[in-house]
Ligand binder design. Structure first.
Ligand code: PGA
Length: 256
């Protein structure tokens, strides 16, 4: 039991055409589009944001993007800004995902600029941190998470902090089927909560949702979601089918 409302977010990554996205979101809305026990966010690719936004109208499911540029506008070919996302009624944006860090060279400093820009535009960042397998094996997990967290949240003020959602995603667990044990996950989540308490006032740190991400699926979700500091999930693979995503939302409702 905790005062934090659980949050299940689907990260569709570079999957689903517009037509496929409409079918998926229709299934999600039908099954869990009216419940208010947990927060549900879907994050389609940019190309489907508008059609998914329309499909979500009148439901409790919220819309998120997977990335954005930190500037509001200008000569940045191929990029999308926070005001553009707000214009489509997006409420959340995933920032600093390990795939953005690894394949697109996003640094802690660049991610920090995005976090600040998102908050300035009333978008809730789903800010991702997590260690690689080599870093875990070298015993550097907590140090890596601390560095990413402190750098990414630099300049975030007390008023903004409770709007931030953190996602702890061990890189070695993403898309690999290798889920972190509940003990491994809870240890890092509790560590993150402690860091947040140092950065912000304790009542604010207590409100921040910390999601787990990395091969979360209906079979392992109940145990993860029962942990004290695990407030939901950022779901990749299992968010691509309505049935498994809905099962995850139901697992969060059961764990609330
Ligand atoms: P996964 O991805 O659930 O497919 O492991 C999670 C993520 O990358 O956000």
């Amino acid at each position: 039991m905790t005062s934090r409302k659980k949050l299940i977010a689907g990260n569709w990554k570079m999957n689903k055409t517009s037509a496929d996205a409409s079918a998926l979101v229709a299934g999600i809305v039908e099954a869990v589009g009216r419940q208010t026990d947990v927060d549900v966010v879907v994050c389609p690719p940019f190309t489907s944001l508008e059609s998914v936004a329309k499909a979500l109208e009148g439901s409790t499911v919220k819309l998120g993007a997977q990335n954005m540029h930190h500037e509001a506008g200008g000569a940045f070919t191929g990029e999308i800004s926070a005001p553009m996302l707000r214009g489509l009624f997006a409420t959340h944006v995933i920032l600093g995902h390990s795939e953005r860090r690894a394949y697109f060279g996003e640094t802690d400093a660049a991610i920090n600029q995005k976090v600040l820009a998102a908050l300035k535009n009333q978008l809730r960042p789903i800010f991702c941190v997590g260690e690689t397998l080599a870093e875990r094996e070298a015993g550097a997990t907590l140090k890596v998470v601390q560095t990413q967290l402190e750098a990414g949240l630099q300049g975030v003020n007390q008023d903004q902090a409770s709007s931030v959602v953190i996602a702890y995603e061990p890189v070695w667990a993403i898309g690999t089927g290798k889920v972190a044990t509940t003990e491994q996950a809870q240890e890092v989540h509790a560590f993150i909560r402690g860091l947040l308490t140092k950065l912000f006032a304790a009542p604010i740190a207590g409100k921040v949702r910390i999601l787990y991400g990395g091969s979360m699926k209906p079979s392992n979700a109940p145990e993860l979601l029962a942990q004290k500091d695990i407030d939901g999930g950022l779901i990749g693979g299992a968010s691509l089918e309505a049935r498994s995503f809905v099962e995850l939302v139901n697992a969060a409702i059961a764990a609330k």
